[in-house]
Design a protein around this ligand. Structure first.
Ligand code: ATP
Length: 299
C-alpha cells in the first residue's frame, strides 16, 4: 500500500551527522511521488508528548524516525498497538533495531522505502510498563550505556572507551529470574532482555532471536575469568555467543527479574531509574514496521 501522508520525526543531533539538507531531499522525494509529508524536529525535551499531539491531530499512514535507537524508540512506543507503521531512516551512532530489521544503513537507499516497501508486524515487550522493542539490559552494558548517556561525546569510539574503563573494576551482580519456562538464581555479568539480536555496536547477544515469534530471550553472561574476556568479545562479534560456556539463555513469554543488588537498567539504550523487581511481558505482533521488499530471513 502506498503511504500518502507521512510524518518524519528528525533528530538533528543523532550520530553526530549533519542533516541540514535531508529535509529538503525528503520533501523533494515525497513531492515527486505524490506523498504529503510533515516534519517534526526533536529538541530532546518533551518530544514524545509533542509527537503524540501530532498523531492525535492528523491521520498519518506512516511515521518515520530519522535518527538513532533513541529516536526510533520514542516513535515506536507511540505506534505500538496502532495500524500506523514505523519507518526508520537510520542516522544514529548505533542503529541497532534498523540493522536487525535489515533496513539499509545508507540514507539514500533507506529513503527508497518511502516509495517501495513491505509492512510486517513485530513483537514488542513491556518492561515494568515501558515499551521495549529491541534490547534492554541490567549489569555491565547498562552501566556503560548510562555513563555514555551522561557524557558529552557520542559515537562508537566513546562507547568502547567507557566499556574498557568500566570493565577493569566491574563485579558481577546477583539476580533471581522467574519465567514461564525456567528459573535462574545467581551472579551474572549482564542480563539482557532480548526481543531482537544485536546491539548498535554490532555485538550480537541473541543470534537466533526472532522478532515476530511471540517469545523473547533472557540472555545471561555469567561470571568469567579475565582470560576469557577476549574470547567472549570475539564470540559477540561473530554471532557465536551461544557457544560460550559462560552464557545461558531462557526463552519465554513473561519474566520477573529480581534485581538483588540494585543494578542499573536501560531500555532500548535509554537508562531508566533502577528498579528492584522488573516484570517483562511480550505483546505479540504489536508493532507494524516498514521493511525493504526483500524481507529479512527472520521475518
Ligand atoms: N535537538 C536535540 N538536542 C539535543 N538532544 C536531542 C535533540 N533531539 C533529541 N535529542 C536527544 O537525542 C537522544 C537520542 O538520540 P538517538 O538515540 O536517536 O541517536 P544516537 O544516540 O546518536 O544513536 P544510537 O542510539 O543509535 O546510538 C535522546 O537522548 C534525545 O533526548
Amino acid at each position: 500500500m502506498k503511504h500518502t501522508h507521512i510524518l518524519f520525526v528528525l533528530n538533528p543531533i543523532s550520530g553526530d551527522v549533519e542533516k541540514d539538507d535531508l529535509e529538503i531531499d525528503i520533501r523533494t522525494t515525497c513531492e515527486e511521488h505524490g506523498v504529503k509529508c510533515d516534519f517534526f524536529t526533536t529538541t530532546g525535551e518533551e518530544d514524545e508528548l509533542r509527537i503524540k499531539e501530532l498523531l492525535t491531530g492528523q491521520q498519518y499512514n506512516a511515521v518515520y524516525a530519522i535518527g538513532g535507537d533513541g529516536t526510533v524508540s520514542i516513535v515506536a512506543s507511540l505506534l505500538i498497538g496502532t495500524q500506523t507503521p514505523l519507518g526508520i531512516i537510520p542516522l544514529g551512532s548505533g542503529n541497532g533495531l534498523a540493522k536487525d530489521l535489515n533496513i539499509p544503513q545508507d540514507t539514500e537507499e533507506a529513503l527508497h522505502l518511502i516509495r517501495e516497501h513491505a509492512v510486517r508486524n513485530i513483537d514488542t515487550l513491556t518492561v515494568n510498563g515501558h515499551p521495549s522493542i529491541h534490547l534492554s539490559d541490567l549489569g555491565f552494558n547498562a552501566l556503560v550505556v548510562k555513563k555514555f548517556c551522561e557524557g558529552d561525546t557520542r559515537g562508537p569510539g566513546a562507547y568502547a572507551w567507557i566499556a574498557m574503563q568500566e570493565y577493569l573494576s566491574y563485579e558481577p551482580k546477583q539476580y533471581r529470574i522467574e519465567t514461564d519456562t525456567e528459573n535462574f538464581e545467581g551472579p551474572a555479568f549482564m542480563v539482557t532482555i532480548a526481543n531482537a539480536n544485536a546491539f548498535g555496536s554490532n555485538a550480537t547477544i541473541n543470534p537466533n532471536g526472532i522478532l515476530n515469534d511471540g517469545r523473547f530471550e533472557i540472555c545471561l553472561i555469567e561470571p568469567f575469568p579475565k582470560a576469557a574476556a577476549l574470547g567472549i568479545l570475539y564470540q559477540l562479534y561473530t554471532d557465536s555467543i551461544d557457544t560460550s560456556v559462560y552464557t545461558r539463555k531462557i526463552t519465554c513469554t513473561r519474566a520477573t527479574i529480581y534485581n538483588l543488588e540494585h543494578e542499573v537498567l536501560h531500555i532500548d539504550g535509554e537508562p531508566v531509574p533502577t528498579e528492584d523487581v522488573i516484570k517483562v511481558q511480550i505483546l505479540p505482533k504489536s508493532l507494524k514496521v516498514i521493511l525493504p521488499k526483500e524481507l529479512p530471513e527472520k521475518l
